[in-house]
Design a protein around this ligand. Structure first.
Ligand code: G3I
Ligand code: 9MR
Length: 567
């Protein structure tokens, strides 16, 4: 018996040492799974046959089954098979093993598996706060001095008016840094702030009790709303009080170097009012007016007034497209298609005020609304309309609202069923893998969650959970894309504070931009297909930067999955 065990151990040892596969070649969600949820891992190189779920505490197989038939994925150039162990529900810590394909990272099966990530994904916004010191009590190892007080910003030539000429000084403090850079952009603040507001609006019970350990924790306002307020307090300063137009951005002329916020002290400018920025502002402020009414009616009133003022400016100035002035090099967030921004702002104003004129101002008759992004916000109108569908005036078409959300959900489900990785990325081939592809899959998931809420059909929820697995490791790069989470998270994100603070681990809770084949930064990539072009290095701002608009859907998704985990 002893001899047989020894032989078994030696053979096992040989298999694992002679295999060309490393730990992590079997890919899965590196955090783990809810006990009763679907659970799958992906095996490389056409591996088939028996796979085992091995209990870490005993090193014994606890479950085994066969893989499905391998499939080829053109976007990653791989032939992969699915190991489905959804039937296995016993809490514990495990790894997946396969005779030729190696093994996975360790993972857990337990309840509340996403709660820490749900909190950290919001806390990332706190870490990106401008105009405040982050103290150790809230920021731990990532405490840092205040950067960018923004008590004095200058009107740039492009934004000069009679009342506010070039060089005019005003105050525009607070807000979140957009990303790895330290600038603040009205357009991208739009979808990001809205998505967090939507998370609260859709799941108030969950967020009311979520303690984020931020400076405002313990006050009467839920922490998520306190965090959002930090950005709204800034955003409201970007409206010109004389006409209602909104500055496109508050920015330095060039991107800062790889320095901490307090070391980036170049002058900041309010650059050009734009229709796009103004409509994003209107939509967010109209949404905020609803959400804060219960907690701070004074602010809610102010927000609604600001939204209406912005809307009026945009209607009178419908084609003021952002043009980057020649002396400004920072992010453009330029966009010449603003029909969707008009739809979104009108929809939010309609929902908040119940004034039919806002609904009637637009042709709300689109069927294929698509997936939200910073440059395409039409779906956000339908997200809000769907959530408020039982509280609209007769002007609204409820059947259309349902048809639109379910149509989108069905399109995503089709890809999920077809996908070798069982995810929703790849519907239009490469076009899902754009700069910020991890924001794309986050927004797919937001639409799926809505389809689930409208229909009660669990397939939509399962697909959203599958996309969460993708973000946490079940993808062609093998990374868990969220800093500080999983066995192989990004370490070299393009985030100035993380690169400059001298701390090995980056600020936690940020999702990296994700794979896309553009290589716009000229770095050297280990692979070049849409789903594999990813580099965990500061150099790679086209795949490894972090941004508020990619983190916001991660917030929404993790929160929703925690809310629906027992369904
Ligand atoms: O619109 C075209 C589309 O027609 C075409 O089919 C497609 C093919 O790749 O490209 C589309 O344009 C892309 C554009 O985003 C719109 O999505 C560009 O290729 C792509 O380079 C561009 O990337 C943007 C990037 O800035 C560079 O401008 C990202 O969306 C945007 O998220 C990113 O934002 C930056 C800010 O400027 C500064 N702060 C950091 C932030 C994140 O990196
Ligand atoms: O750091 C910048 C990042 O935040 C932007 O998303 C990106 C694209 O606009 O640009 C980065 O800045 C780079 C600049 O464009 C070119 N020189 C190198 C900079 C990064 O080190």
């Amino acid at each position: 018996m002893k001899i047989r065990i020894t032989i078994f151990l030696i053979t096992n040892f040989l298999i694992s040492t002679t295999s060309i596969y490393a730990q992590g070649d079997i890919k899965l969600n590196q955090i783990g799974f809810y006990p009763d949820a679907p659970k799958i891992a992906i095996l490389p190189d056409g591996a088939t046959g028996i796979f085992r779920v091995v209990d870490i505490s005993t090193d014994e197989p606890a479950y085994e089954a066969e893989t499905n038939e391998p499939k080829f994925w053109d976007l990653s150039g791989e032939t992969v098979s699915i190991a489905d162990f959804s039937d296995f529900t016993t809490p514990g810590r495990y790894r997946i093993e396969h005779e030729s394909a190696g093994h996975s990272f360790d993972f857990a099966i337990r309840d509340e598996i996403l709660i820490d990530l749900s909190k950290a994904s919001i806390k990332a916004f706190y870490f990106n706060r401008a105009s405040t010191e982050l103290i150790e009590e809230h920021a731990g190892r990532w405490a840092r001095p205040m950067g960018h007080p923004d008590e004095v910003v200058y009107i740039h030539e492009s934004a000069a008016t009679e009342e506010r000429p070039e060089g005019y000084e005003f105050s525009s403090p607070k807000g979140w840094y957009d990303a790895g850079d330290y600038n603040k952009y009205a357009v991208n603040s739009g979808i990001s702030t809205y998505t967090l507001l939507a998370a609260f609006e859709h799941f108030p019970e969950y967020y009311r009790n979520l303690d984020l350990n931020i400076p405002e924790s313990g006050d009467k306002v839920p922490d998520l709303l306190d965090e959002i307020r930090w950005n709204l307090d800034w955003l409201i300063t970007t409206q010109d009080p004389h006409d209602g137009g909104v500055y496109h951005k508050i920015t330095t002329k060039d991107f800062a170097g790889m320095v901490m916020p307090h070391e980036a002290t170049a002058d900041r400018f309010a650059v050009m009012k734009s229709t796009g920025g103004t409509l994003n502002f209107a939509a967010v402020m109209a949404t905020a007016a609803r959400v804060y009414n219960e907690y701070d009616p004074g602010f809610a009133g102010e927000a609604l007034e600001a939204a209406e003022f912005a809307w009026t400016w945009a209607v009178q100035n419908p084609e003021v497209y952002y043009e980057q002035p020649s002396d400004i090099q920072t992010g453009a967030y330029g966009n010449r298609k603003l029909e969707d921004e008009f739809d979104w702002a009108a929809a939010e104003l309609y929902i908040t005020t119940r004034i039919d004129d806002y609904w009637n101002a637009r042709d709300f008759d689109q069927i294929n609304v698509g997936i939200p992004s910073w440059s395409y916000v039409r779906p956000l109108a339908w997200v809000s309309l769907a959530h408020h569908r039982n509280n609209l005036t007769d002007a609204a078409d409820l059947n259309l609202i349902e048809e639109i959300i379910m149509g989108q959900g069905n399109e995503l489900l089709e890809e999920y069923d077809r996908s070798p990785y069982a995810i929703t990325m790849g519907r239009y081939g490469r076009s899902d893998f754009v700069w910020g592809s991890n924001g794309v899959i986050g927004n797919h998931s937001l639409m799926l969650i809505l389809a689930y809420r409208l229909s009660g059909v669990k397939d939509y929820l399962d697909a959203a959970l599958a996309n969460m697995d993708y973000l946490l490791g079940r993808n062609a790069t093998g990374y868990s894309f969220v800093t500080g989470f999983g066995s192989k998270p990004p370490k070299g994100i393009h985030h100035r504070q993380s690169a400059a603070d001298g701390i090995e681990d980056p600020v936690p809770g940020f999702v990296a931009g994700g794979p896309q084949a553009g290589q716009q930064d000229g770095c050297e990539y280990p692979a070049d297909l849409p789903a594999t072009t990813f580099l965990d290095d500061w150099c790679s701002y086209s795949t490894n930067e972090v941004t508020i608009n990619w983190n916001a859907p991660l917030v929404y998704l993790t929160g929703a999955l925690e809310v629906f985990k027992n369904q």
